[in-house]
Design a protein around this ligand. Structure first.
Ligand code: AMP
Ligand code: MG
Length: 352
């Protein structure tokens, strides 16, 4: 299959190309598209076979459910058993935007889309190309991140092409993504809402609307061996090819320790990459040193993280050391960054 790549920014929406993209989805095909979080790999959420194709294109196990993307509030009731009051309030506050809600599903949504579950995850993305594309596609686009399973989510169309060329019909190239980490997922099927995946809509922001909100224990404790609440949480995600270790501690100790290990690994013939920040990148001795951004503005780090992991892969880096960003218990986007970084590191975190 030849994959068509079509440039389409929020400022310049090409309605003819959009109609073609929508037609591909209606006919059971796949189109990758930009959202404000990461690129999505879209198929018709209401056609069982389309979801099947998404799993195959990604090499993703089919019990790892997909998020259904909508573009209008009136499209929510048909795909859920009921709309809880909490969902209305959250939609009012955060949609369109980087928040996914897990709700009881209606019969309209095939189990193939929900990984066999009776619940469905729904999001209205805050990106004009995404919204126009979903509308052109008929209103319900199932879309996980547009990467091969186990690779970092794509924040640029060239990374989508790297993973998906020849596997899907079309890529809408909307340039660099704004946020860079996947949406916050909140489960609204229990008495108390629970965050299943941290993102840029933070726990404080959700609690501002709903009152008390819980956080799934697997997020706080990492790989605790406990059965995960969301089926997708059991899979290793976001893995770079190089073995990544996070080093935490006082800044000067971290720099010294990373340089010590770098030399040791280089002597063994490894190619070493380091992830630092504005304050530290000039101090590292590794083969490839990447600047994740500025600690005073963690959104810069969120945006850079997946790109950096992909760049290391392209450079043949075999060992990676990263500074620690944020804290699994912290509020704000630091929790989401740390959650993704820990997964990419297979939970290797050491203190110096
Ligand atoms: P991705 O779009 O690649 O970020 O993956 C979507 C993720 O959403 C999955 O890995 C699940 O963790 C989560 N998810 C989707 N649907 C549900 C659901 N019905 N219940 C719980 N989690 C879900
Ligand atoms: Mg993903």
């Amino acid at each position: 299959m030849k994959t068509k790549i079509i440039p389409m920014s929020e400022e310049n929406i090409d309605s003819e190309a959009l109609a073609e993209a929508g037609g591909i989805i209606r006919n059971g095909g796949l189109v990758a598209f930009p959202t404000e979080t990461v690129y999505g790999l879209g198929g018709d959420a209401l056609q069982e076979e389309s979801s099947g194709r998404i799993y195959r294109a990604k090499g993703r196990p089919s019990d790892n459910p997909l998020i259904v993307h909508i573009c209008r509030m009136e499209d929510l009731p048909p795909i859920v058993a009921y709309v809880p009051e909490a969902a209305r309030k959250l939609a009012e506050a955060f949609w369109p935007g980087p928040l996914t809600m897990v709700l009881p599903k209606s019969d309209k949504v095939p189990r193939m889309t929900t990984g066999g579950l009776d619940t469905v995850a729904v999001r209205m993305p805050g990106h004009k190309v995404a919204l126009a594309f979903i509308k052109a596609a008929g209103g319900y686009v199932a879309a996980p991140s547009a990467n091969l399973s186990g690779r970092p989510s794509p924040t640029l169309a060239k990374y989508v092409a790297e993973d998906m060329d020849g596997r899907i019909e079309m890529i809408l190239d909307g340039g660099e993504i704004g946020i860079g980490l996947e949406s916050t997922i909140v489960d609204l099927t229990e008495d108390i809402p629970v965050i299943l995946r941290p993102g840029s809509v933070t726990r404080e922001m959700l609690e501002g609307v709903l009152g008390k909100v819980g956080v799934d224990r697997a997020i706080l404790e990492g790989n605790s061996g406990q059965a995960p609440k969301a089926p997708g949480m059991k899979y290793r995600h976001y893995a770079p090819k190089g073995e990544l270790t996070i080093i935490n501690g006082r800044q000067e100790n971290v720099v010294m320790e990373i340089n010590r290990r770098t030399r040791q690994m280089q002597e063994k013939g490894e190619r070493v990459g380091v992830i630092g920040t504005d304050d530290t990148v000039s101090l590292y001795l590794a083969d490839s040193v990447k600047n994740a951004g500025n600690r005073k503005d963690e959104t810069t780090i969120a945006k850079a993280l997946y790109r950096i992991l992909r760049e290391f892969d392209g450079e043949g880096v075999t060992v990676i050391y990263s500074e620690c960003f944020g804290d699994a218990e912290e509020n704000g986007i630091g929790q989401a960054i740390m959650n993704r970084l820990l997964k990419a590191a297979g939970y290797r975190l050491e203190y110096v």
